[in-house]
Design a protein around this ligand. Structure first.
Ligand code: HEC
Length: 130
């Protein structure tokens, strides 16, 4: 009886907290493992990240020694880029491909998140103000 009650409580509890946990997990993945801010967030004169403008786009901070395709700037992604739906952002994070099938130029890494991690990263980025 007690085990049955526990199952009922767990079933009720999981959907209520899953969203918050996913955003928190997405924040962890973005800030602590994938380092999206290193490129997508502007820096002050000392080179420190301006976190009040987190993921709002920045100048490109490095250049290759040898000629190769290279981005001109780092676009804003806070709140999701305008031409990405939530589903398209998840696909992008799983495959590295934009909605039109193209891949961003280096130094944007072609990420291969799991579906669950991609959903968490999307939820976190979508929650940020543009
Ligand atoms: C090493 C630098 C770097 C890191 C780290 C990085 N990005 Fe990027 N990202 C870029 C650059 C540069 C571009 C633009 C590429 C271009 O113009 O072709 C870009 C493009 C993108 C785009 C395409 C935007 C559009 O408008 O088409 C998305 C989405 C994106 N990044 C998300 C992320 C996420 C999410 C992370 C972390 C999980 C991340 N990036 C980490 C450099 C980076």
């Amino acid at each position: 009886m007690r085990a049955h009650l526990l199952t009922v409580v767990l079933c009720l509890a999981v959907p209520a907290t899953a969203g918050a946990q996913s955003i928190a997990h997405g924040k962890y993945l973005v800030e602590r493992t994938s380092l999206c801010n290193d490129c997508h967030t502007p820096r002050d004169a000392k080179g420190e990240l301006i976190m009040s403008q987190g993921l709002q786009g920045a100048p490109i901070g490095s250049a290759p020694i040898h000629p190769m395709p290279w981005a001109d700037s780092v676009p804003p992604i806070a709140g999701l880029p305008p031409h990405f739906t939530s589903e398209q952002m998840v696909t992008f994070l799983e495959t590295g491909k934009r909605p039109d099938g193209s891949m961003p130029r280096p130094p944007m890494p072609p990420y291969r998140f799991s579906h669950e991690d991609a959903q968490s990263v999307m939820l976190y980025i979508r929650s940020l103000k543009k």
